[in-house]
Design a binder for this molecule. Structure first.
Ligand SMILES: Nc1ncnc2c1ncn2[C@@H]1O[C@H](COP(=O)(O)OP(=O)(O)OP(=O)(O)O)[C@@H](O)[C@H]1O
Ligand SMILES: [Mg+2]
Length: 132
């Protein structure tokens, strides 16, 4: 318990490595194949946002427990521009760039817990958790 790993998210290669780490931890935690894939997909979207919009940052992944329930908590943190309108950013199809605008909203639907903390000019931290 309380085992945490922090990895950099600065490049496309870092996103690949982060995905692999999430997959490995999800397997170790005993998540079903479908839950592993949900978590990896959500993590991949958030990691990409950290790199593309946040100008890079980190992913922290920790094994967590709530009673006998085990799970994983992941935080994606950057010190980028922040998100001025969170409600808008969470809308399906809204993008400030050239994406599909499905990353945040999709990630939110895929996991059990989703929290977005952001401040313009300071950065963004998205925390998700998924339970076995
Ligand atoms: N870490 C971040 N820092 C600053 N802005 C962000 C961050 N993450 C998301 N955003 C903003 O929220 C918008 C919506 O993000 P979302 O991931 O849903 O869509 P997208 O990245 O534009 O497209 P997609 O993920 O579908 O390729 C982004 O276009 C961007 O403006
Ligand atoms: Mg995105």
């Amino acid at each position: 318990m309380d085992k945490a790993n922090e990895v950099p998210l600065l490049s496309e290669q870092d996103i690949v490595l982060a995905r692999q780490l999430v997959r490995k931890k999800a397997q170790e935690t005993g998540l079903s194949l479908i839950d592993q894939t949900k978590l990896v997909t959500a993590a991949s979207e958030l990691a990409r946002n950290t790199v593309v919009y946040g100008g890079g940052g980190t992913m922290n992944i920790a094994e967590v427990a709530r009673g006998i329930r085990r799970g994983l908590r992941l935080s994606f943190r950057d010190q980028g521009p922040g998100i001025p309108d969170v409600e808008l950013a969470l809308k399906d199809g809204w993008t400030s760039g050239t994406g599909l605008g499905m990353g945040l909203s999709g990630a939110k639907r895929l996991v059990h817990e989703f929290e977005l903390a952001t401040k313009v000019g300071e950065g963004t931290c998205v925390t998700i958790a998924h339970w076995k």
